[in-house]
Design a protein around this ligand. Sequence first.
Ligand code: PNS
Length: 160
Amino acid sequence: MRRAVCPGSYDPPTNGHLDILERAAGLFDEVVVAVLVNKSKKGLFTVEERIELLAESVAHLPNVRIDSWHGLLVDYCRQNDIQAIVKGLRAVSDFDYELQMAQMNQQLTGVETLFMPTKPENSFLSSSLIKEVATYGGNVAHLLPATVHRRLLDRLSRDK
Ligand code: PNS
């Protein structure tokens, strides 16, 4: 079984994430989307909410499942028999940090990281930027799965 993980904060999942998940699902027998808990980032959505949003967004992909993890990604990979980490790369600016993490992870347990270039139409997308634009009333409907967009607007109007 060739199994990969796509780790991230997913706060919230965007069309850019979805593109990578769909393409990874075509390359591996199973893809696990792991919502990583990052203590230094205060999330808009709880981890449980992100899992729900992801589950709705990947419902059409039978070999993709969602999970969450608090700790080192390499430990998650080892415990779940995952051989590869798949990361989307948007621009050269992502590369430095991603390369460093890939090399650290490879050195820790031998797990490999595969970089997948985002589609050009998604290369400017980030969850943080989408949240900022939506907070000030900008239109982000075309940048997110429809259910995520609805939940984002609900959450922002609740938190006003
Ligand atoms: O969506 P993000 O916030 O860019 O994802 C970054 C993430 C969560 C994939 C990265 O911070 C991570 O792998 N965290 C898990 C903790 C860990 O293993 N840290 C050491 C990395 S070498």
